[in-house]
Design a protein around this ligand. Structure first.
Ligand code: KG4
Ligand code: ZN
Length: 341
């Protein structure tokens, strides 16, 4: 079974071919990150335009690298939610046109489920059910992966995602976009105990989290220091922030594991590349006898291999979209992500 995956939800135009769900035949990513860097973050219209310019060549290259023709494909999978609407529409429309022209099934994929599926590509021994900590630029959630295509959210952020918190704090500390990876790098040189940062608690649900207070605390500390003509030790602030975020997420994951009884835990999303979070989760899982799965760094960020992989499982589960498939910036919950037409 050969599935082509197409991803264009943010600033990466990507295409990939996956065989039998987990065998990676090709993965092409055209990243726009350096272009958006000059503006300090992703400029949505620019992202859409670049997707529009790049998508044809990226898909063509993915088929060429995989040595696969369009006729040989069993289906075309595409990210249709969540993300920047103008960016998503480019991928969705391209996939629709291709599926229509080639007479192939069109398979919608929820971007977050794609991030989770990145683990299957690297660790084919990982099988549902298990607990997954999803940490991306726009989402932070603990979810139960009940099967390859069924998910239940156990806890989520009440406000900002962990990635958003890293990115905004990085910006105020003077690091360029994308900030998360810069915080990670800077943290290696800093003292993680230098700054005491708040650990907000969310009333009502122990598995929910909140990162906006933490983000505001860092921003305020930097601004107050500037007003007093003092300098913030940026690497130590980065290290303190990274340690705090890693501890909060690890603590919540441990709590979810205890409550649900899962002994298999996975991580997914761009922030799962964070070295502080990876080591804190590793230490926690070792201590409690849990098996931990993490995507390799190459599959943590946005890519189309994860979309082709999840698309393959959706395909096997009978998930199809017709020619009316639309893109949605948000509003589609992961637990309701399977669309069967
Ligand atoms: O999953 P992703 O590539 O895109 C979304 O679906 O949102 O996640 C992007 C997020 C950004 O906030 C980026 O700063 C963060 O992942 N990120 C990191 C690291 N690498 C990427 N955050 C912390 N440490 C990293 N090493
Ligand atoms: Zn993503």
């Amino acid at each position: 079974m050969l599935i082509l995956g197409i991803e264009s939800s943010c600033d990466e135009t990507a295409a990939s071919v996956v065989e039998d769900c987990t065998k990676l035949r090709s993965s092409v990513i055209a990243s726009q990150a350096m272009e958006h860097r000059q503006y300090g973050g992703v400029v949505p219209e620019l992202a859409s335009r670049r997707h529009c310019e790049n998508i044809y060549a990226v898909v063509k290259q993915a088929l060429k690298d995989a040595n696969v023709t369009i006729e040989e494909l069993d289906g075309i999978a595409v990210t249709h939610t969540p993300g920047l609407i103008g960016a998503l529409l480019v991928g969705v429309n391209f996939a629709k046109g291709l599926a229509f022209a080639a007479g192939k099934p069109l398979i919608p994929v929820h971007h977050i489920t794609g991030h989770i599926a990145a683990n299957y590509l690297a660790h084919p021994d990982l099988k549902p059910p298990y607990l997954c900590l999803v940490v991306s630029g726009g989402h932070t959630m603990l979810c139960e992966v009940k099967s390859y295509t069924e998910f239940a959210i156990l806890g989520t952020t009440r406000d900002d995602a962990a990635g958003e918190c890293f990115d905004k704090c990085a910006r105020v500390l003077g690091y360029p976009y994308p900030g998360g990876v810069q915080i990670d790098k800077a943290a290696q040189q800093g003292d993680s105990t230098k700054y005491a940062l708040p650990r907000p608690r969310v009333a009502g649900s122990e598995l929910d989290c909140s990162f906006s207070g933490l983000k505001t605390a860092v921003i305020n500390m930097v601004h107050h220091a500037e007003q007093k003509n003092e300098t913030i030790d940026a690497p130590s602030m980065a290290a303190s922030l990274q340690r705090t975020v890693a501890e909060i997420l690890t603590e919540k994951t441990l709590l979810a594991a205890k409550q649900t009884g899962y002994k298999t835990i996975a991580m997914a999303g761009g922030v799962s590349a964070n070295s502080g979070l990876r080591s804190s989760m590793e230490a926690m899982c070792k201590k409690h006898g849990y098996t931990l799965y993490m995507p390799p760094l190459s599959l943590c960020g946005d890519n189309a291999a994860m979309i082709a992989c999840q698309g393959s499982y959706n395909f096997l589960a009978g998930v199809r979209a017709d020619e009316s498939l639309n893109a949605y910036a948000s509003g589609t919950a992961i637990g309701e992500m399977v669309e069967t037409v």
